[in-house]
Design a binder for this molecule. Sequence first.
Ligand SMILES: Nc1ncnc2c1ncn2[C@@H]1O[C@H](COP(=O)(O)OP(=O)(O)O)[C@@H](O)[C@H]1O
Ligand SMILES: [Mg+2]
Length: 396
Amino acid sequence: MKHISQNSQNLQLVTKTFNDIPFTISTRYQGIKLLGAGSYGTVLLALDTQTNTKVAIKKLNPLEDIIDAKRMLREIRILRAMAHPNIVAIKAAIYDNVSQESDYFGTVYLVQEYFQADLHRVLKNPKDLSDDHVQFIMYQLTKAVAYLHSASIIHRDIKPSNILAKDDCSISLCDFGLSRQIEEYEEEDNKKAQNFTEYVVTRYYRAPEIMVSSQQYSFPIDIWSLGCTFAEMLNEGKVLFKGKTYVQMVKMIFEILGKPIQEDLDQFIKNKNAMEFVQSLPSVPPQSIKKLIDYSNPLAIDLLDKMLVINPHKRITAQEALNHPYFKEIREKTEEAPYKGHADFTFENDDTISFEQMRIMILEELNKLGEKIDIPGEIDRLRQLREKRRAQKLKK
Ligand SMILES: Nc1ncnc2c1ncn2[C@@H]1O[C@H](COP(=O)(O)OP(=O)(O)O)[C@@H](O)[C@H]1O
Ligand SMILES: [Mg+2]
């Protein structure tokens, strides 16, 4: 099935279906095949006929509620703001507003640089990774995380499938949609489980503080996830903590790494039930991951131990990790500069923003891509819709 429509940019959009998933994109791009599907988008490999290069086009799932809308706004805003060799760049966006119904929000597509694989796929053949590869990948990741953190952004979903890789071993972090508020972890999990009956929520990379105390988490959660990913690379692609539930995860973590002393626990477990549960776990003295992972480079193990410190206040930071001797020989200090701009995420905690308003903010955000997208008219239509909704609410 093919249909041709016109968007406001006077770009011709063509619909083509890949594995039953329609992509309505500019004729400039020729779809080749589906690359992957996460829980929030589907990614197509395409040829950009203008530059004759391969690109990846991520079709974002339709917005059903404010959580979806926040997620989309966050992803686009972060991608637009970040400029770093190890963070995936947004080349362009496509907005398909083909339906003219008044209560309609179009489909958003993000055009990104194409990567041959993600780390999850690479780790299926762990023998392909030499010590040098692991070191280089970890350096790039640590650099990307240090940059993100310098912009006060927490990724929150670092895991092998969100790390893109090229054949030359250069890598980029992707997938910036995950929520900031901890309650939303639960909501997100429930949503994923509802939408995808066979979808298993991956908790393997989730830091212990997320599981034992709801509000207390920050930048260190990314370091934990990075550590779990690192461990997988050092240990033949085996997932480090493969618990099925939060309880199982916490048990495994405390059994393998040992139980921190009470003073440490007090620093990050604020929930009484969680504290009682942790206290009931067997007292294993803190131990190095060396017991579990037999790896030849002691510097790698030393850095990993520092990333997997259970008390988030004592976990190594991304900036400190860059200074670790493991990276000494390969550092490119010019690429370690902090973020310079200002990215505004006040919408995250603003409960007064309506769903309609959030959709307008997404279009305004897309509009800021300048030449990379052009969507006049749409914003006005959505503004009118917002006013209509407001008036309806007032009447009630
Ligand atoms: N730029 C890209 N190049 C190649 N593959 C990609 C690219 N972006 C995403 N992918 C693939 O698609 C998958 C899903 O993309 P992701 O951005 O993580 O979306 P989701 O939010 O749905 O998880 C990734 O795990 C990866 O395998
Ligand atoms: Mg993903």
